[in-house]
Write a protein that binds this ligand. Structure first.
Ligand code: HSE
Length: 311
């Protein structure tokens, strides 16, 4: 049996809707893969999901990713998967992506690594599509590769790993309300005004330039979202209050993690990130909202094999 870990991820980073994401050190999901003799992909166990995720392999992000992988190989090999969820579902932390990635990485290793990480792209995208209804890669690619990832395009897939400035940390606060990516995408307008396209494009360029030049000021000034935040922020309890707290604490920038409800703050050091996390927590104190907070540096390793009992 081979077990892979795949980290949570923060997609969009405000100005990079569907095209930017980064990986956290923790939390993350683990998936174990083992051969079966029945020529099918089976989800034999899911833990940590409160019974919410489908055991039907084709409807499960991990199962769908492994089925796509086997199909590409033309293989009839059967594989059993055990999925261990270690993060909240529907949280904006790339939970569905982490399971798809961990499953693909574990199955690939079990099969003798016929694919490189980059060759796994279509399979993890297929897994993500099962959960969110669209093949966006801003969670799956950072979770797979680690670091801060730009998806320049999909036809063909063009993925750029961006530099991670020394000291960069992220705070993620997950309030316990569930927002499904599908729903959060459906409320967005299908078209945007030219002026918003210009603002978003300029900020995305600013953020990328800031990452290449270690310019924390430029990174902070670029962390704005005029595409999705105006529509999604009202779904998140006390979004403005938590933002105010993070910015008061010296965060570089603040926004919605993926499609929410998690909120993130980027910080220039671990010390600052811890201070910002405390202030964000205080902002929700006594409001009757349960939440978890994660403080993490950027995970530059991505998904990896954590146990191999094959030998
Ligand atoms: N880019 C996606 C969205 C991320 O914001 O809808 C969610 O997985």
């Amino acid at each position: 049996m081979i077990t892979a870990f795949a980290p949570a991820s923060v997609a969009n980073l405000n100005c990079g809707f569907d095209s930017l994401g980064l990986a956290l050190e923790q939390p993350g999901d683990k998936v174990s893969a083992i051969f079966n003799n029945d020529h099918i992909v089976r989800i034999v166990q899911i833990t940590g999901d409160g019974g919410k995720l489908p055991l039907d392999a084709a409807a499960n992000t991990g199962g769908a990713a492994v089925m796509a992988l086997l199909k590409a190989l033309g293989s009839k090999q059967g594989i059993d998967l055990q999925v261990h969820k270690n993060m909240p579902l529907g949280s904006g932390l790339g939970s569905s992506a982490a399971s798809a990635v961990a499953a693909a990485v574990a199955a690939n290793a079990l099969l003798g690594s016929p694919f490189s990480k980059k060759q796994l792209f279509p399979f993890v995208l297929a897994g993500e599509a099962v959960a969110s209804g669209s093949e966006h890669g801003d969670n799956v690619f950072p979770s797979l590769l680690g670091g801060i990832v730009l998806i320049r395009g999909y036809e063909p897939t063009d993925v750029v790993q961006l530099p991670v400035p020394q000291g960069l940390h992220i705070v993620v606060l997950h309030p316990n309300v569930e927002i499904l990516t599908k729903d959060a995408r459906n409320i967005l307008p299908k078209q945007i005004p030219m002026k918003d396209g210009i603002i978003q494009g300029a900020n995305l360029a600013g953020l990328v330039a800031g990452l290449y030049t270690n310019d924390f000021g430029l990174i902070g000034r670029s962390l704005h979202d005029v595409f999705a935040e105006p529509y999604r922020a009202p779904l998140i309890p006390y979004f403005d209050k938590v933002r105010q707290a993070a910015m008061y604490g010296g965060a570089l920038g603040f926004g919605i993690s993926g499609s929410g409800p998690s909120m993130f703050a980027l910080c220039d050091s671990q010390i600052r990130a811890k201070q910002v996390a405390e202030l964000m927590q205080k902002a929700l104190h006594g409001k009757g909202i349960a939440f978890e907070t994660y403080v993490s540096k950027i995970n530059t390793t991505g998904a990896e094999i954590v146990a191999n009992d094959k030998a």
